[in-house]
Design a protein around this ligand. Structure first.
Ligand SMILES: *Cc1c(COP(=O)(O)O)cnc(C)c1O
Length: 452
């Protein structure tokens, strides 16, 4: 008889009930449906893994944000931050709700034009705008947000050549009491660079200074930082009025509002600590309303909110491949998606729900993706009920940045499905195929044959 192999015995504590030293149990009932569609049916129809976007959630979230600002201030305009999620279907939902486009590259600029956004409703940000892109933006009367002096001079030269006036804003960075300061983009407020850029524009007859812009950071958990920023922006606008007797049409407060995700290292979950739109709106509008603008010259407030408007609308569905015990006794569960499609797992502790019935026990679990890389960790430590091979899971709050920062690595990227306002399904991005991935590859003739 063959001798059985020795396996080290293991006593592992399963947790029952509420809070214990392993953390809070987060899951009580399985998460089985999104907007009336069952997770099981979605995965059966479109394969696993799968991204799902809820159109209803996008519209509700944007309307909530608009309400928070419009009940406090008369002139508010949202501009959709393309880099947060530039799937055309997602952008068009925002445009249908009245959002302009905010882009940070020539590629995104072209996408916004293709989506039908009028040129004069595209805000062109970013430090790398080429001469050709700037020329197009000038001709389209887009709002060009100047990042540095080299760009300012290049733009002026271009305007002189084209004999056209550019509509511009100055990007301002500043100390808002949140550190480190984001001072690599735009012109600094405290050291006078911003005022210098404003003067250079105002004293040139080739550029029309329409606005002032800042974007003070991302996932900002302190609304009061926006009050400081808004106050400094208002100060610059009032300086322009005093010196040049001209009003600034808009103050663009950028993005950076926190979504309901949980940052790694945060003790409390994001749903409990992230400020509401009302709190951000109160900070910004109060500062501008009290800054000293006359009634007729109140600037429009522009908001380029990205992640806070789309994160909750995104779900990632997947399947358990395997379970194993690590050397130290921890339970590990391997899923069929990893950091290649869930880039934000590098800084968030995403909420993960089982999609089918489970026991009342939980165990500290590390969740791995399927990539052959040590960094492919979806959650380092999460108290989850034991999952079995073939079980389905849902990752919440993945609508921001994953669908722009994902990478095609080792395997093909999954399909993306949108659930519309009537709970109907639409593929908004096909699952990748070998031919879609190899479309741009070229194999030189001399490499086409070999003998092995
Ligand atoms: C990325 C970006 C945004 C959106 O930021 P969120 O943190 O997603 O709200 C807005 N404006 C500018 C200039 C950006 O670069």
């Amino acid at each position: 008889m063959k001798k059985c192999q020795y396996e080290r015995p293991l006593i592992q504590r399963l947790n029952v009930g509420l809070m214990n030293k392993f953390g809070t149990r987060t899951e009580y009932v399985p998460f089985t449906h999104i907007d009336g569609n069952s997770i099981k049916a979605l995965l059966a129809a479109y394969g696993s893994p799968l991204f799902v976007i809820s159109e209803a959630t996008i519209r509700q979230t944007l309307r909530d944000a608009q309400r928070a600002f419009r009940t406090r201030y008369p002139k508010v305009q949202f501009a959709w931050s393309y880099k947060t999620n530039y799937l055309n279907a997602v952008c068009c939902v925002f445009h249908q709700e009245g959002s302009w486009a905010e882009v940070v590259s020539g590629f995104e600029y072209q996408k916004a034009l293709k989506n039908g956004v009028p040129g004069n409703k595209i805000i062109f940000n970013g430090p790398d705008k080429t001469v050709g892109e700037l020329e197009l933006a000038i001709k389209n009367s887009s709002l060009i947000h100047i990042d540095h002096l080299d760009e300012l001079y290049m733009l002026k030269e271009l305007c002189m050549k084209l004999e056209l006036k550019a509509r511009v804003a100055v990007r301002v960075n500043m100390d808002t009491g949140v550190y480190p300061i984001w001072d690599r983009f735009g012109f600094n407020y405290e050291n006078g660079q911003a005022w210098d850029a404003i003067n250079k524009i105002m004293l040139s007859d080739m550029m029309d200074l329409c606005g002032l812009h800042c974007h003070i950071g991302t996932f900002m958990l302190t609304p009061s930082a926006y009050a400081v920023a808004a106050y400094k922006m208002a100060d610059l606008a009032l300086g322009v009025r005093q010196k040049f007797n001209r009003s600034i049409q808009y103050i663009d407060m950028g993005g950076g509002f926190a979504s309901k995700n949980t940052l790694k290292g945060s003790y409390l979950p994001g749903v409990d600590v992230s400020p509401s739109f009302d709190q951000y709106a109160e900070a910004i509008t109060t500062a501008i309303l009290n800054a000293g603008f006359g009634e007729s010259e109140l600037p429009m407030i522009v908001l380029e909110t990205g992640r806070a408007l789309v994160d909750e609308a995104g779900f990632l569905l997947g399947t358990v491949i395997a379970n194993k015990r690590l050397g130290d006794g921890r339970r590990a569960t391997v899923l069929d998606f990893g950091v290649n499609v869930l880039f934000t797992s590098f800084w968030y502790d995403h909420k993960i729900s089982p999609a089918q019935d489970f026991s009342r026990y939980t165990e500290d679990t590390v969740i791995f993706g399927p990539l052959c890389m040590n960094i492919d960790v979806v959650r380092e430590n999460v108290p989850l009920p034991p999952l079995n091979r073939g079980d389905h899971v849902v990752v919440h709050t993945v609508g921001a940045y994953n669908l722009t920062q994902w990478m095609q690595f080792i395997s093909l990227r999954p399909a993306v499905v949108m659930i519309d306002m009537n709970d109907q399904l639409h593929i908004i991005r096909e699952r990748e195929t070998m031919s879609s991935v190899e479309k741009d590859e070229r194999l030189p003739d001399y490499l086409t044959g070999f003998k092995l």
